[in-house]
Write a protein that binds this ligand. Structure first.
Ligand code: UDP
Ligand code: MG
Length: 342
């Protein structure tokens, strides 16, 4: 079913110019990057034989990005934008763009030309074949540093092992979603968001299209500092798995059993051979070790509790400061509190 075109529901897989595609692009301080991006993106979209529109999501830029977007929208109404009230981070910016995008298919891409716009043609071809999710597969990660590549590989395997949701290896958030896939994503009201996980979680027929990741066209190399990436990885894991919580219980149990056996041994030894008042180092080490273990697992509990708190507050996922040429989305964040309080 097409949400933007309710009068003419099209069977999936029908290649027809009646269909439309929206491109969602999160931007943070990309004033200089937008023009070179459009210089390649617009010809690529014009070649598709589809109606198209672009939804930029200004994620609280502090440079001239919003100004540029206003000028562009004045000139070409197909170039639309929303400006978030502050920087919410890329994951949420993408979620916001998906709420506003009206196309029968929606492409998500970065603004820095690391995702070649020409690949969209192959995405659309796969969509016309009936696939709901077409994700870009990076054939070459040499643009990334070695630690980042290894880190990504490790993360994908740990994620699969713990959550049971399989992320596509080398997939990234350069992808196309069909209307029903977008609607599914829009129904997910989670505030701590890990898009890659959500895209895999919704299911639907999916297929990968290989593409070569380009070096960043303008601006600094990558704004994902190691710490921020680690944060994203943990958010992803924690929102898809409670296994880390269980690990802590199992680990605690094992440590307690070992400590109990040790206690029996110490008591027997003391009863049989007396107490020569030694063992101060052992005592200290044990106290420190267990204090550490307890703090780690308290912290782990806190992480999950913090997430529960975030969700229970039921704040809107994002706030919009300005809408440029896009009507507000039909459905807003599902208000958890309304159903929960009944
Ligand atoms: N971005 C954003 N909000 C942020 C960080 C980044 O909207 O808080 C946008 C940025 O403008 C770009 C895309 O997300 O279009 C990817 O960002 P970047 O190139 O810095 O990250 P990487 O390529 O390393 O994933
Ligand atoms: Mg980039």
């Amino acid at each position: 079913m097409t949400a933007s075109n309710p009068t003419e529901p099209l069977p999936l897989g029908a290649p027809t110019p009646h269909r439309s595609v929206s491109v969602v692009i999160p931007v943070l301080n990309e004033a200089d990057g937008i023009a070179p991006l459009l210089a390649r993106l617009i010809p690529a979209l014009d070649g598709l034989n589809l109606r198209w529109s672009i939804v930029f999501v200004d994620d609280g830029s502090t440079d001239a990005t919003l100004l540029r977007l206003r000028q562009l929208n004045d000139k070409d109404p197909r170039i639309t934008a929303i400006a978030l009230s502050r920087n919410f981070g890329k994951e949420i910016a993408v979620a916001a763009g998906l709420r506003y995008a009206q196309g029968d298919a929606v492409v998500i891409m970065d603004s820095d030309l690391q995702h070649p716009p020409e690949t969209i043609t192959s995405f659309i071809a796969k969509w016309n074949e009936g696939h709901d999710v077409v994700f870009g597969m990076r054939v070459d990660r040499s643009a990334d540093s070695a630690w980042r590549r290894q880190g990504a590989r490790l993360f994908y395997s740990v994620f699969h092992a713990l959550s049971g949701t399989e992320l596509q290896q080398n997939s990234c958030d350069f992808r196309l979603l069909s209307r029903r896939a977008v609607d599914a994503i829009n129904k997910i009201g989670e505030r701590v968001r890990y898009n890659n996980g959500l895209f895999a979680w919704i299911g639907f027929p999916s297929i990968g299209v290989p593409f070569e990741m380009q070096p960043r066209a303008t601006g600094e190399a990558s704004r994902w500092l190691p710490l921020k990436l680690a944060r994203l990885a943990f958010d992803g894991l924690a929102s898809f798995s409670t296994v880390p919580l269980r690990i802590s219980s199992v680990f605690g149990l094992v440590v307690s059993i070992v400590a109990f056996i040790y206690m029996i041994w110490v008591m027997t030894k003391t009863l049989m051979f007396g107490d020569p008042v030694r063992g101060y180092p052992t005592l200290l080490v044990a106290v420190l070790f267990f204090a550490g273990v307890q703090l780690i697992f308290l912290g782990l509990l806190g992480e999950y509790l913090g997430r529960v708190y975030e969700e229970v507050k039921a704040r809107p996922l994002f706030l919009v400061r300005e809408e440029l040429g896009v009507p507000p989305p039909a459905h807003q964040t599902p208000a958890r509190s309304e159903t929960a309080l009944k």
